[in-house]
Design a protein around this ligand. Structure first.
Ligand code: JHZ
Ligand code: ZN
Length: 406
């Protein structure tokens, strides 16, 4: 059992006016899928309490599980979704298009390196940085140079000394995982070329609140960003948030471009307005009730299926499945197993609720329904599992709604 530490200052503005707004109870680390031999042993669980900074509006976890426990061996790989690989490769292809020959491109949180693959044939120097030693080794084995490190100011300094400035730094779904964002921004300042760009993607707090995406709240995700919090953070480090796009990934994300010099474009004001219209403090207060409502509603639907003798399995074991199943207390009695395409997850069990994870080929047993726990990939999954649907199987969404039609 590792010890958590309580964070008392805001990760974006360094203020200390933090107010608890949601308590999801004691939860296991969402990606700590258990080996069969670990099933009988006591499991580590940690508090999952969300704070709001009343100064800058940043939403963030109160308790920090050590990063070394969460990220050094990582079972999630980007390449588990073809749509996501496509999304990131396209991002790199567009962002790299205007770069001078031989420019350095750095991806922070490069996972298994599949995003960088999108520009490997270009005349550029590519470098991935990712703390997961298993994933960095896989990327290196394919020739995508990857440092098995957390991105820190010290690592940025080392890279700059060895490779020079980076014209492009990309960090997708990584900022939320970083406890010391000041150190991260310091690293960006050190490594980014004066005319270079940092491109960041983070799930957007507005969408989390709008669509009740409480299952994306887990220990790995220390921050849930509003645009206002991002601007505040970068401004404290002399970095300018130049433009914003809204992208559909992970339930709705912001893609932002950050530069060392320049002026913000109109898109920044436009999305700031969207946040103001939502009225975030009120929407945050409603989140606890929305999560509790989902729990009751989902349990009821599963019980009805059980009473009618219908077989319901889970489809996909993303980190967010661990959160939803544990928070809703959905055990193997209501949902006996889960199928997932990731070989490293198969044969393991969901932390806390213990459903076994089977290969997707097990769907040939034709459960009546599959609860689609990786709802963010629903289009790809419905495409992929056509045979199951044609044979009469149906997907159901984890929020109240209709079964899908094939
Ligand atoms: P997916 C990850 O969260 C991890 P997770 C991380 N912490 C993060 O920040 C977010 O992304 C943004 C399976 N699958 O992408 C594969 C199928 O079985 O929702 C994966 O196990 N069949 C870095 O873990 C899971 O679903 C399929 O056809 O919540 C998807 O996990 C497809 C497409 C996926 O991320
Ligand atoms: Zn703050």
């Amino acid at each position: 059992m590792f010890r958590t530490y309580a964070r008392r200052t805001c990760r974006a503005c360094a203020g200390s006016d933090l107010e608890p707004v949601l308590d999801l109870g004691q939860q296991p680390p969402a990606n700590a899928f258990l080996l069969p031999s670990e099933l009988g042993q006591p499991e580590s669980k940690y508090p999952l309490v969300v704070n709001l900074c009343r100064n800058c509006g940043m939403v963030q976890l109160a308790d920090v599980v050590p990063a070394a426990l969460l990220f050094r061996e990582y079972l999630f790989s980007t390449s588990s979704s073809q749509d996501m690989v496509q999304h990131f490769q396209t991002l790199f292809q567009h962002a790299a298009a205007p770069l001078p020959g031989n420019a350095l491109v750095v991806e922070v949180g490069s996972n298994d390196g599949w995003a960088l693959e999108g520009i490997r044939t270009r005349n550029l120097r590519l470098l991935g940085i990712d703390p997961a030693t298993n994933l960095a080794a896989a990327a290196n084995a394919r020739g995508i140079r990857t440092l098995p490190e957390f991105f820190t100011a010290a690592v940025a300094q080392q890279v700059r000394e060895a490779d020079g400035f980076a014209h492009l730094i990309v960090a997708c779904n990584v900022l939320g995982h970083v406890d010391d964002l000041d150190d991260f921004c310091g690293g960006v300042r050190t490594l980014l070329h004066p005319l270079g760009r940092l491109i960041v993607e983070v799930p957007w707090l507005r969408d989390l609140l709008e669509f009740n995406e409480y299952d994306t709240i887990y220990h790995e995700h220390l921050s849930y960003f509003s645009l206002n919090a991002l601007i505040t953070l970068f401004a404290r480090h002399g970095l300018i948030l130049r433009d914003v796009e809204h992208v559909a990934t992970h339930g709705g994300s912001l893609r932002i471009t950050v530069v060392k010099a320049g002026l913000p474009e109109h898109s920044v004001d436009w999305y700031m307005d969207k946040e103001r219209q939502q009225g975030q403090p009120a929407a945050l207060q409603a989140l606890a009730a929305a999560a509790a409502w989902n729990k009751q509603e989902l349990l009821e639907r599963l019980r009805v299926c059980q009473r009618r003798g219908l077989k319901v399995w889970g489809y996909a074991a993303p980190a967010k499945a661990t959160v939803r199943l544990n928070y809703c207390e959905i055990g193997p009695d209501l949902l006996p197993c889960i199928v997932d395409t990731t070989p490293a997850k198969q044969g393991r069990h969901v932390p806390g609720t213990h459903q076994p994870i089977l290969p997707v080929e097990a769907l040939s047993e034709q459960p009546d329904y599959c609860l689609l726990l990786a709802w963010n990939h629903h289009e790809e999954i419905l495409r992929r599992e056509e045979a199951y649907q044609l044979a009469g199987g149906r997907f159901i969404m984890p929020w109240a709604g209709r079964p899908s039609t094939p």
